[in-house]
Design a binder for this molecule. Sequence first.
Ligand code: HEM
Length: 151
Amino acid sequence: MQNLFKTVTTKAAFIAIVSFAGVGSALAQNMNTDDSIYQGLGAKAGIDKIVGDFIPLVLGDARINRFFTKVDTKQLAALLSDQFCELAGGPCQYKGRDMYTTHDGMEISNAHFNALAEDLQIAMEKNHISTSVANKLVAKLAPMQRPIVSK
Ligand code: HEM
């Protein structure tokens, strides 16, 4: 009887350890531990600098600047900086609105989207970001095309 009890408790302990290990590795996989894009962008200061160059490029871009005439660009820059930082695997949390709600009703086309992405590429080039890192950030933005483009 005692032996049976011991077997059962040992088995239970074994199952408990295995399931904890399972949860642990699932958490580790979910957590963004790869911050190579973030580091490649020059961490938060580098991202702030890129966004600081990106906004004037957008405002000077005749293909898309009409969208931004009434926008608080200082607030937009802060939100974009956090969003890029989080996407790049950095220690930031984007607290703005979701991409669909934000751009709903703006009638943004693929051409508008590509123009903005091009301006971001130029801002990254200006800051000597490697092509590989720049392409990786743009690839992270690509899934946003669907909720943003409505025309
Ligand atoms: C990958 C592409 C894009 C990203 C990541 C992005 C991201 C954002 C973010 C984070 C905000 C602020 C959200 C908030 O206020 O809570 C925003 C606002 C805005 N975006 Fe985009 N955006 C993208 C493309 C575009 C394009 C292509 C246009 C137009 C050509 C555009 C026009 C705007 C405008 C006008 C606002 C200000 C909205 C407002 O203040 O109510 N965005 N965007």
